[in-house]
Design a protein around this ligand. Structure first.
Ligand code: SF4
Length: 766
């Protein structure tokens, strides 16, 4: 039986080549790469049609990240990776019934994730019968019947898990959670559990809202921008244009990252001829090349220095009026910071004191500060306290609810924030459940459900028997791949609503179904005519997305149609729930009318979302400096520093994306911004650490992670690459390194896997 991770796949790294990493992002190479991918997948004509519609008011939302669109989009309002995301979805390749007839599941399992992703679009529902060696076509009726049979055969609804990936539209997400709650459970894990859950928890606790508090105009209007634990050049590339505009207005940028990412140094803007061909725009003015997990110590140190500066020049640094009128907790915080141990700061950050002091002086003198962050802050054991300390940093200076200032967690998936707003959450609040229940005439379950890690445990331990995923690649996105695979294999049925083939389709329950859905780029015709869906970006802007391309197959169904079809079969006209599923599936305006009555901020939804650019949801701290915390005040918090002791001969590994990757989708085998060509099994390590470990640049090693359960988690055959990162830190791509992340190693308070801090040893291969 081939290794289900696809590690045995034909050595795609045979032609691996390494070169010095560039010090800039984008430019002509980005344009050429985007066009090459588009032409290879879509051909010239479909490429022009598709690329002309990305992020346009009458077009479709990029299925990539959740960076907002400007009010007046450029005619080419997309980045290199946005073009790749569209090309992957709008590809001419097809994984149809002939393809599945020609390949057993075992043969497909032996292939790499890159190879699987390049098989093309799914064309019709496919079933893997119990004991069968390959998928076969099945009718939609029979497929939905099988799901209904298994779900209705469960002892309790809590024996089912309903996962959501962040590509799911608002309309589909709202109906999905309605169906799942009408079925009787809150088992609604989603990809947010794996990424920004720590942000949501920390922000809800401190300001009362689990979302960022800035607009695009705020980022461009700031005079000091922190980019922390984020690699925008690859993961949110259009953010570079916003940073460039801010720089042109005189802003300073502080980058905080263990890797000197090209997209944090200089930007060659392809939308400006001189930008693409010239030296480009310098971005980071200060680059704090911090140790992994050192951000809590850094922000505590900055906050201490702000207090010190205030003491030297009272009234010039802290926003005392804001602190006294709108916040609480300054006393305990001051005492905590006054007791700060600078040795702990030095050890945790690896930064020189002068660097931190210079940064604090910048912060003390700035008028409008924005802090942007991503996974580098959210996937550590102490991520929630770290983000709370970032909030302290901005509250001390009164930088919330002020133009040009605020909190900016940058979401990695196009509608991950929207899905949560629609109710995709395993811990729904009572108010939401009450409104949902009164709107649809039933009593939704109130007990909390499983998040991703808990769902894997429940499936592993036999407490869940049916797994259904709305999009995504659960197996490869989740931590502890072998444990997750074993959990999925224990299911009676695994179901994936997908656009393309991925490894989660190959590691299955006793029976498995693949339900092919329309892509974001494709026309969606229903009874009342052509439909559009809506999404919400990182800055709470809700806008429409209208598919424009001919669907890849006549057998595809929209996410909304699949959910409605399923609900009808499973709930079978359950009189308790007043939902006319066919009517909702036939006209999405009807869905939006119901959303408007259940979710605050969506009043007149249908009218407002038809305006160019849509509308922005309310955010009390941003709009009125009003904090919806229990006390009605913003919370300054005390966050204890827990120094991390790295055992001798061990490194702290962060998992990350290459530039030719989006989440678990592998677009290509290059990572242009880190000098890697034609390969993925590389581990970036500080040269002095390699020497100390008795290794040399280019040695082939296995990565072995260590965790208190004593289980040996191994990822094989990585090329050690001497790279510019602090001592003790290492980096390698996921999903290849997700097997190393222990299931039980999660962030305190958010249960997010600690994918940015995995203790590993490097074992030379003979
Ligand atoms: S920045 Fe993100 S949303 Fe925008 S085009 Fe690029 S990948 Fe798509």
């Amino acid at each position: 039986m081939p290794d289900e991770r696809g590690t045995d796949a034909a050595d795609e790294d045979a032609r691996l080549a390494l070169a010095p990493a560039p010090d800039h992002a984008a430019g002509v190479p980005a344009v050429l790469s985007a066009l090459r991918h588009a032409d290879a997948e879509m051909g010239p004509l479909r490429s022009v049609r598709a690329l002309a519609r990305i992020n346009q008011h009458d077009g479709f939302d990029c299925p990539g990240c959740a960076w907002p669109d400007p009010a007046d989009p450029h005619h080419a309002e997309f980045c290199e990776n946005g073009a790749k995301a569209v090309a992957e979805e709008a590809t001419r390749r097809r994984a149809d019934r002939d393809f599945f007839a020609a390949h057993t599941v075992e043969e497909l399992t032996a292939q790499s994730d890159y190879w699987l992703g390049k098989r093309g679009r799914l064309t019709e529902p496919m079933l893997l019968d119990a004991g069968a060696d390959r998928y076969r076509p099945v009718s939609w009726e029979d497929a939905l019947g099988i799901v209904a049979e298994e779900l209705c055969g469960l002892a309790t609804p809590d024996e089912a898990v309903f996962y959501t990936s962040g590509r799911t539209s608002n309309e589909a997400a709202f109906l999905y959670q309605l169906f799942v709650r009408a079925f009787g459970t809150n088992n609604l894990p989603d990809c947010s559990n794996l990424c920004h859950e720590s942000s949501g928890v920390a922000l809800t606790e401190t300001i009362g809202v689990g979302k960022g508090s800035v607009s695009l105009a705020d980022v461009e209007g700031a005079d000091l921008i922190f980019v922390v634990g984020q690699n925008p050049g690859t993961n949110h590339p259009r953010m570079l244009s916003a940073l460039e505009r801010a720089k042109r207005r005189g802003a300073r940028i502080v980058a905080v990252n263990p890797l000197r990412e090209a997209g944090l140094q200089r930007f060659k803007n392809p939308q400006r001829p001189l930008g693409a061909l010239g030296r480009g725009t310098q971005l980071a003015d200060v680059f704090l090349q911090i140790r992994l997990g050192g951000d809590l110590a850094l922000f505590k140190a900055l906050n201490r220095l702000l207090l010190d500066a205030e003491r030297l020049a009272p009234g010039t640094v802290l926003d005392r009026a804001f602190l006294y009128e709108r916040c609480e907790g300054l006393g305990p915080l001051t005492r905590e910071l006054d007791a700060l141990d600078w040795d702990d700061v030095d050890a945790a950050t690896g930064l020189a004191r002068e660097e931190i002091e210079a940064t604090a002086r910048l912060a003390a003198g700035a008028e409008r500060i924005v802090v942007c962050w991503a996974m580098g802050l959210t996937q550590h054991r102490h991520s929630v306290p770290t983000i709370r300390e970032v909030v302290n940093f901005l509250l001390l200076r009164g930088m919330i609810g002020r133009p040009g200032a605020g909190l900016c967690p940058v979401r990695g998936h196009s509608n991950v924030q929207g899905d949560r707003t629609m109710g995709i959450y395993e811990k729904p609040d009572a108010g939401f459940l009450a409104r949902l229940g009164s709107e649809f005439g039933f009593a939704p379950p109130t007990h909390h459900g499983h998040d991703v890690v808990e769902a894997i445990r429940a499936m592993r331990d036999g407490r869940a028997h049916v797994f259904l995923a709305m999009g995504g690649n659960f197996l490869m996105a989740a931590p502890d791949t072998d444990a997750t695979a074993a959990a999925l294999r224990r299911q009676r049925l695994t179901v994936h609503v997908s656009t393309k083939l991925n490894r989660s389709h190959l590691v299955t329950g006793r029976r498995a179904l693949i339900l092919p859905t329309l892509g974001r780029t494709e026309r969606d015709r229903q009874d009342s005519g052509e439909q559009f869906v809506t999404v919400e970006d990182s800055m709470s802007a809700v806008h429409s997305s209208r598919g424009r391309l001919v669907p890849a197959s006549a057998h595809l169904r929209s996410e909304v149609a699949i959910v409605c079809g399923l609900a009808q079969r499973v709930l079978d006209g359950d009189a308790r729930v007043r939902v006319d599923w066919p009517r909702l599936a036939g006209d999405y305006d009807r869905i939006r009318e119901r959303i408007a009555r259940v979710i605050p901020g969506f009043e007149d939804f249908n009218e407002r979302v038809r305006r160019p650019g849509g509308f922005v949801l309310p955010h009390a701290p941003r709009d009125r400096r009003r904090f919806t915390t229990p006390s009605g005040r913003a919370q300054l918090t005390v966050n204890e520093l827990e120094p991390l002791e790295l055992p001798e001969g061990r490194l702290l590994l962060q998992t990350l994306r290459s530039h030719d990757q989006y989440n678990t989708t592998i677009y290509g085998l290059n990572d242009r911004y880190r000098g890697v060509t034609a390969g993925r099994r590389v581990v970036f390590v500080n040269a002095a650490d390699l020497t100390a470990l008795g290794l040399a640049d280019g040695d082939v090693v296995d990565l072995v992670s260590e965790w208190r359960d004593g289980v040996e988690r191994r990822a094989e055959r990585f090329r050690a690459v001497a790279y510019d990162t602090p001592r003790g830190c290492a980096a390698a791509y996921y999903p290849e390194t997700n097997p190393l992340v222990p299931l039980d190693s999660t962030a305190v308070g958010s249960n997010t896997p600690t994918s940015k801090s995995v203790v590993v040893r490097l074992v030379p291969r003979a």
